[in-house]
Design a protein around this ligand. Structure first.
Ligand code: SAH
Ligand code: MG
Length: 217
């Protein structure tokens, strides 16, 4: 049972909204079989639509894992556009590299290896779309650099912000996740109250926040 949406709603959406995209089926299967936490199909489709609406050309992702969402986002931009993605785990980095190569996207996806907290302040680039999908307790640490690097009119999508419903309901919080839940609540409050952002929180997948940057600081 999902603690975010009624199962019948999710099942229905999955039935009418075809997924995973066929070209990603093999990677999708691999991720499911190996318990790699790739984006939900509904979140994948939301990213696809948002990237097209925005006409994004320069995307930053925190948390590549095997490269599934990076490849998906690269595909959403069609012919042009670069995805820069950050990953710290060596096993994931190797799999991501293999997958990027397999899809011939070496020129379109740029993989940065290491801890995002260390890498972000050293990136000298600006993005029109940023996808945060890494350690849930660290979103608040990632955010200042992300806001700086985001162009005016740009979008930050934060994944897993409702974390199995725990963020919305204390009764669901398991003890060892208490800190993550507290930090995620602080994060959601921060991005909701920040005067330069306009944020919408959606109960899609594991919870997604979409933030629009209204002005430069
Ligand atoms: N976006 C991917 C899934 C990412 S899973 C997809 O949907 O296909 C989260 C990944 O973030 C994991 O592989 C984990 O190793 C990485 N990660 C977590 N915290 C990180 C950090 N602080 N710096 C870099 N990578 C991190
Ligand atoms: Mg996620």
């Amino acid at each position: 049972m999902s603690n975010i949406n009624k199962d019948y709603i999710k099942d229905y959406i999955m039935e009418v909204n075809p997924k995973p995209p066929t070209f990603l089926e093999e990677m999708h299967k691999y991720a499911i079989n190996n318990h790699i936490p790739i984006v939900d199909n509904e979140v994948a489709q939301l990213l696809n639509v948002l990237i097209k609406i925005k006409g994004a050309k320069n995307i930053l992702e925190i948390g590549a894992a095997i490269g599934y969402s990076a490849i998906l986002m690269s595909n959403a931009m069609e012919k042009e556009g670069i995805v820069t993605t950050i990953e710290r785990r060596e096993d994931m980095i190797n799999l991501a590299k293999e997958n990027i190569k397999k899809y011939n996207l070496e020129n379109r996806i740029n993989l940065l290896e290491g801890e995002a907290q260390n890498i972000l302040p050293n990136i000298n680039n600006r993005y029109d779309f940023i996808f945060i999908d890494a350690a849930k307790g660290k979103y608040m640490e990632f955010l200042p650099s992300c806001i700086d690097m985001l162009k005016k009119g740009g979008v930050i999508v934060s994944d897993n912000v409702l974390f199995k419903g725990m963020v919305a309901n204390d009764d669901l919080v398991v003890r060892r996740k208490k800190t993550i839940v507290r930090r995620m609540r602080e994060y959601l409050k921060y991005i909701s109250d920040n005067p330069i952002l306009e944020t919408s929180i959606l109960p899609v997948g594991d919870g997604v926040a979409i933030s629009y940057k209204k002005e430069e600081k």
